[in-house]
Design a protein around this ligand. Structure first.
Ligand code: HEM
Length: 386
């Protein structure tokens, strides 16, 4: 009996410490709406996992039956059309949120506070890119097949890549075996993302949140609950409205019409392009008319995000609000992202190739310029003060 009551005390102690760690977690008092994106990402991730589970019970991962199973979901399964529209709209919303979340981290210099947290975010982004890409393959439309062909062929530029490609495809060409592997990975990876997101939040709790001023406000903290639980609920309401609008009002807003055509393995479409959220990377890939060069540049442009904490070494404050040059570069960086997105959707010829090259140059220049100019500006300010 004594042992049992000791055990109960220990459990209640643990629960108390979890309660304090999660709900009473000390937060800066001035977090603005850009700090809502993380919790909204969790919401959309949950919606994607649940709607995905419902879709999987009716989807068939066979080359000859995939399209029919999608039509079955859209026409015969009760609310199948709604679940699929939510899943498609949810993917777009997820990436819109992730880009805003990254933008917040860059503008307010959140990456300076805790490098490990930033690297876990970069990993989450890469995993999400993988899941988004694999999901696009499943409806087995024209873009699914040709998109898969373009992306999987990238591994052949690495030594031993052809063997890896053959192993992944389950043969020399894309067949049902490939589609099955794509489906398994698309099913599995979101759970890895979920686990990684929890690690991400644990890492956040290690050093606490940054804030819009970029200063240490630990003496002015307020508890997460009720201040930010209530604020996050407002974010959830906006997130759900956006999701419903995307799924039910504009279900085909971002989809390529070719996705509604059955795969033709013989006829390559004139323009092969991914969903809008990968177009910037695709524009960078095609900006160099050389396979290896394009692939290396694209991976470098994506991974360059991970270099930000190294470039800002020695910075005293974090936020760009005190540095007009970095702020200017940030605006150019965001506008250039949109420009690259437009370029990625065009046929890779003439002026669009040059546009891609210019956009890639500006992207890398801004990414390096933002942290470096912040550090330089700060040293100027603090030098004057001394
Ligand atoms: C599945 C994707 C992700 C989820 C579910 C997620 C979730 C969260 C949550 C809940 C927070 C706390 C609230 C907030 O600050 O918004 C947060 C903070 C943060 N996230 Fe993410 N995140 C994801 C992806 C990313 C990515 C891709 C990056 C960057 C590459 C990133 C970098 C950060 C940083 C630096 C913070 C700390 C912000 C601060 O200092 O206050 N996250 N994330």
């Amino acid at each position: 009996m004594l042992k049992f009551s000791k055990f109960c005390f220990k459990v209640s102690d643990n629960l108390k410490s979890y309660y304090y760690a999660a709900l009473k977690y000390p937060c800066p008092p001035n977090l603005n709406i850009w700090w809502n994106m993380g919790s909204m990402l969790f919401l959309v991730l949950g919606v994607q996992i649940v709607s995905g589970l419902f879709l999987s019970v009716n989807y068939t991962n066979d080359e000859l039956m995939a399209v029919d199973s999608i039509n079955f979901i859209m026409r015969d399964v009760n609310y199948g059309w709604a679940i699929r529209s939510v899943h498609m709209g949810g993917a777009s919303l997820f990436f819109a949120l992730i880009y805003t979340h990254i933008g917040r981290g860059v503008y307010y210099g959140s990456y300076m506070k805790n490098r490990h947290l930033w690297y876990s975010g970069v990993t989450l982004y890469l995993l999400s890119m993988g899941v988004g890409f694999l999901g696009y393959v499943l409806p087995w439309g024209v873009m699914s097949y040709w998109g898969l062909t373009v992306i999987t062929n990238m591994v052949t530029v690495f030594p031993g890549g052809s063997r890896v490609l053959e192993w992944f495809q389950g043969g020399y060409v894309i067949t049902t075996l490939t589609l099955k592997r794509v489906f398994v990975l698309h099913f599995l990876l979101p759970f890895v993302i979920l686990g990684m997101s929890l690690v991400h939040v644990l890492l956040l709790h290690e050093k606490g949140s940054s804030n819009p001023l970029g200063l240490d406000l630990s003496n002015f903290s307020i508890p997460f609950h009720p201040y930010y639980t209530s604020k996050d609920l407002v974010g959830f309401a906006f997130g759900l409205v956006a999701l419903v609008a995307l799924a039910f009002t504009f279900p085909k807003l971002t989809a390529d019409p070719l996705q509604w055509q059955i795969v033709d393995k013989v006829k390559t479409p004139a323009v092969i392009k991914p969903e809008w959220y990968f177009l910037y990377a695709y524009a960078i890939l095609r900006s160099i008319p050389h396979k290896v060069g394009g692939i290396v540049l694209m991976f470098f442009a994506i991974f360059s995000m991970a270099l930000l904490p190294l470039l800002s070494n020695g910075s005293k404050t974090q936020s760009m609000v005190i540095c007009p040059i970095a702020e200017f570069l940030f605006c150019i960086w965001v506008a250039n992202f949109m420009f690259l997105t437009v370029v990625g959707a065009q046929e890779p010829a003439g002026v669009w190739i040059m546009g891609g090259q210019l956009g890639t140059f500006i992207h890398l220049l801004c990414l390096a310029g933002m942290p470096l100019s912040s550090v330089a500006w700060e040293s100027l300010l603090f030098h004057e003060e001394e």
